[in-house]
Design a protein around this ligand. Structure first.
Ligand SMILES: Cc1ncc(COP(=O)(O)O)c(C=O)c1O
Length: 364
């Protein structure tokens, strides 16, 4: 994958992506209302970590939850536990899921678990794909939304049907819910109503929520107790995780209530962008706060148009572009607080400029 940064984005007066820059302010804010003598967590114990775990378990409708430094660690551990329980060292998931393309084959190298890729790269995994699998697996993982294809989602009916099928067959179903909070408005169901279709769930606190880092793995208490042993074996049981926990809690309280606003922002911006002839939005109607923007121009030319729009209007529409063919590229847009604070006339000015420059570049 050939990513090209849009160079002027870091200086944009009105960046569109996300909620805030990743500066030390994230941690300073998280500590702002804390008392100096509040006790830190110690190796996974103590009120600070335990109360957050209990709070998130309740939010997700699960018996128990464990805080991890990363989703990568949490999910590999969850899949290992399921595969061992089933005595089948195979986990099935979408060909573009995080485990497959961003974790350096950790599941196999660290846990001896083989991946079974279901469906195709350019579409969602379906119930038919699961039924047609033809081999025993230890666990099925679904990523909601499926980030690498623009954050697409199955219908809730399809999701329920997959869950029912897995329960009938005794296949543990794990949710990669890195962006779970972001899909609540579209499904119009609570986190717990979505999570009850799954046997275990991972959620992140630094994607749409914008915290520092960190993850929760939730499920039955057998699973979470075993996951704590694996967390220790992985060196993930840091003596103190409180900077991440406090930041996660703050981000959850601050941005979880704003997910509907972000979702509406994604729908609004994607519909404005798709009026340009050279642009195509995936999914056509966003189902979360994110979407992919496909540009019918070669990588270099698209980057130069986005750069110029950013320099002239101050609006940073994209931070990078990725080649999809010699004549096309794409970028990822996810909406947070920043988009909501851009003055309407500034955004419209930038979009008009974008349309004109794209037209000129296409005519060259
Ligand atoms: C869908 C998905 N799953 C898992 C992860 C892993 O999370 P972490 O960076 O906390 O390891 C990510 C991170 O980007 C992700 O996007």
């Amino acid at each position: 994958m050939n990513n090209l940064p849009v160079e002027s984005y870091s200086q944009a007066q009105y960046p569109v992506i996300g909620s805030s820059p990743r500066t030390l302010k994230l941690l300073i804010d998280a500590l702002e209302n804390e008392k100096e003598d509040r006790l830190s967590d110690v190796y996974g114990t103590g009120e600070l970590i335990e109360s957050f775990q209990t709070k998130v378990a309740a939010l997700l409708g699960k018996e128990s939850a464990v805080f991890f430094p990363s989703g990568t660690m949490a999910q590999q551990i969850a899949l290992r536990i399921w595969c061992e329980r089933r005595n089948v060292r195979k986990a099935a998931y979408h060909p573009l899921c995080h485990l497959e393309i961003h974790e350096q084959n950790g599941l196999e190298e660290l846990h001896g678990i083989e991946s079974v890729l279901l469906g195709a790269e350019d579409r969602l995994l379906t119930l038919d794909d699961v039924k047609a699998m033809g081999e025993e697996i230890g666990c099925l993982l679904l990523e909601l939304p499926q980030r690498e294809i623009g954050g697409q989602l199955p219908s809730f009916d399809e999701l329920e049907a997959i869950s029912r099928y897995c329960r009938e067959k005794g296949i543990p179903l794990h949710l990669d819910g890195a962006r779970l909070f972001e899909i609540v408005p579209y499904y119009d169901r609570s986190e717990a109503e979505i999570c009850c279709l799954f046997d275990s769930v991972y959620v992140s606190f630094y994607k749409g929520l914008g915290g520092l880092a960190g993850a929760i793995l939730a499920g039955d208490s057998d699973l979470t107790e075993q996951s704590k042993v694996w967390k220790r074996r992985h060196g993930g049981d840091l003596i103190s995780l409180y900077p991440y926990i406090l930041s996660a809690d703050q981000a959850l309280e601050l941005r979880r209530p704003r997910m509907e606003l972000y979702f509406n922002g994604a729908k609004e911006l994607s519909s404005k962008l798709s009026r340009c002839r050279q642009l195509h939005v995936v999914p056509e109607q966003p189902v979360s706060n994110m979407f992919h923007l496909h540009i019918s121009l070669p990588l270099d030319r698209a980057a130069s148009v986005l750069n110029q729009v950013c320099k002239e209007s101050g609006v940073g529409l994209a931070s990078f572009v990725r080649e999809t063919s010699a004549a096309s590229c794409c970028t990822e847009i996810h909406i947070g607080d920043r988009y909501l604070s851009i003055p309407q006339e500034k955004l419209d000015e930038a979009l008009q400029l974008l349309e004109r420059l794209l037209g000129e570049a296409a005519a060259e």
